[in-house]
Design a protein around this ligand. Structure first.
Ligand SMILES: Nc1ncnc2c1ncn2[C@@H]1O[C@H](COP(=O)(O)OP(=O)(O)O)[C@@H](O)[C@H]1O
Ligand SMILES: [Mg+2]
Length: 155
């Protein structure tokens, strides 16, 4: 299985799903977080990073653009929403982290040709006020991980 969808009925469920995914991965993966504003991308990133032992505040990178978390495995969180030119994208300095740090990239679809290809893509869609359809797709090498995530999510 390389894809599964989950209906999250609360922010808590989204955080919990993110934590389960984070703990199944080895580290160094490139993860695209896609979907309209306000659908839960940053919340998912928070859940992901917190579950890896980071106990500070995970900021919204819409304002910071790039944040590095020295959790285990380490994470770099990017938000490309406000980036306009490829030059600004490269100035962030994320290239040094590729392969070693897990990359969580909001609005990755704006620059998908300039950044590394995704191992996993997480897409968010608002269904109702507190409901989000979250679809997780992965390259074939991550099929087992997606299956395990789907199994223990039971949805
Ligand atoms: N099931 C849900 N999953 C994720 N977020 C939810 C959910 N229900 C309501 N929300 C709210 O939607 C908002 C998502 O914000 P955020 O994560 O910053 O979105 P994005 O980064 O996609 O712009 C938060 O205010 C969160 O509380
Ligand atoms: Mg965001």
């Amino acid at each position: 299985m390389n894809e599964f969808s989950f209906l999250s009925c609360s922010p808590k469920e989204t955080i919990s799903l993110a934590g389960r995914l984070a703990r199944l991965l080895r580290g160094g993966e490139v993860i695209y977080l896609l979907g309209e504003m306000g659908t839960g991308k940053t919340l998912f990133a928070r859940g992901f990073i917190s579950s890896l032992g980071f106990d500070g505040y995970v900021t919204s990178s819409t304002f910071v653009l790039q944040q590095v978390y020295n959790c285990d495995p380490p994470v770099v969180h990017l938000d490309l929403y406000r980036i306009e030119k490829e030059e600004e994208l490269l100035d962030l300095g994320w290239e040094d982290f590729v392969g070693e740090y897990t990359m969580l990239v909001e609005w990755a679809d704006r620059f998908s040709h300039q950044i590394p290809a995704a191992h996993i893509t997480v897409s968010f869609k608002a269904v109702e006020e507190e409901k989000r359809k979250i679809t997780i797709k992965a390259i074939p090498e991550y099929g087992d991980i997606i299956r395990r995530l789907a199994d223990d999510t039971g949805n």
